[in-house]
Design a protein around this ligand. Structure first.
Ligand code: ATP
Ligand code: MG
Length: 268
């Protein structure tokens, strides 16, 4: 299955990857022939089993790793490993890699400071981002003393404070309680103009936040299209170690299987 997604003619591409390949030293290829085009303001989910290459793909997108094959542009400029691209913001799965300052406040301020903003503007960014994610009460805490969910929220807040044009989220809901997870969903829903690419095993989160999903397995894009269509395809999902998310199973039964409508009333 490969549903082509169309974009408005001439719209600048947020992500343009062609024939991307990558392998870690001493191992076989992890990504092969990955071609992705994402329009500005698109919200793209990336799903796939453990070891599929999702995190590796994101490491290429943010310039931590360099592709061994193919080309990769973000907003029309080639991603050069190590180059300063503040318009690209990535929340890493392992937040320890990201939290480096003695206080949460300093950690969130670190990115905006590096973009050359004045202290007042940095402070405004810190407070706005912390209010948006609901962690204002953590600003004076030490990052390494926080719970893992709190640390993830701080990492997300630090990237949001940079106001990146491309937001890359690797497993953002892991460790989050339902209230913070819901808050993150609302935040993404309200974003205007920001492009979001998000990898997650939380398929319901992808269904709620993304207009498109890529199914990655064995380092290749196996499907590309509407989340509700791809994720409802039981055969496709099973072939890649995934299950149809509960909300889509329920829909299927409501409409085709049980003769019971969505209010629980018997049909007829
Ligand atoms: N630093 C590394 N050195 C060698 N191999 C690696 C390294 N990082 C990842 N790999 C391998 O690359 C493959 C893809 O890993 P990756 O982390 O991209 O998968 P993923 O889709 O993000 O998986 P998960 O769902 O578990 O997060 C795996 O087989 C993994 O073992
Ligand atoms: Mg991963």
């Amino acid at each position: 299955m490969n549903t082509t997604t169309t974009h408005p003619a001439g719209a600048p591409k947020a992500i343009s990857a062609a024939g991307l390949g990558f392998g870690y030293p001493g191992r076989g290829p992890v990504l092969e022939g990955v071609t992705i085009e994402a329009a500005a303001a698109e919200r793209v989910g990336v799903i796939g089993p453990n070891g599929a290459g999702k995190t590796t793909l994101f490491m290429l997108l943010c310039g931590v790793l360099a592709p061994t094959e193919g080309t990769l542009e973000v907003f029309g400029a080639t991603v050069e490993p190590g180059a300063f691209r503040p318009e690209i913001g990535m929340v890493f799965h392992h937040t320890n890699d990201q939290l480096i300052c003695p206080t949460v406040r300093e950690d969130i301020a670190f990115g905006p400071q590096n973009t050359g903003l004045l202290e007042e503007a940095v402070s405004a960014r810190v407070h706005a981002a912390a209010a948006a994610t609901g962690i204002a009460h953590l600003l004076d805490r030490t990052p390494h003393e926080l719970s893992s969910g709190e640390q993830r929220l701080v990492a997300i807040t630090g990237i949001l404070a940079m106001e990146p044009r491309l937001l890359i989220l690797d497993e953002p809901t892991s460790d989050l309680d339902l209230r913070y997870r819901r808050r993150l969903i609302r935040l993404i829903e309200r974003m205007e103009g920001q492009t979001v690419i998000v990898a997650s095993h939380d398929l319901e989160f992808i269904l709620e936040t993304c207009g498109r999903v890529l199914l990655l397995d064995a380092g290749r894009i196996q499907a590309d299209g509407a989340p509700a269509e791809i994720m409802a395809d039981e055969g496709l999902m099973a072939a890649h170690g995934l299950e149809v998310p509960h909300s889509l199973v329920a829909t299927w039964h409501r409409h085709r299987g049980s003769g019971v409508d969505e209010h629980g009333d018997a049909a007829g």
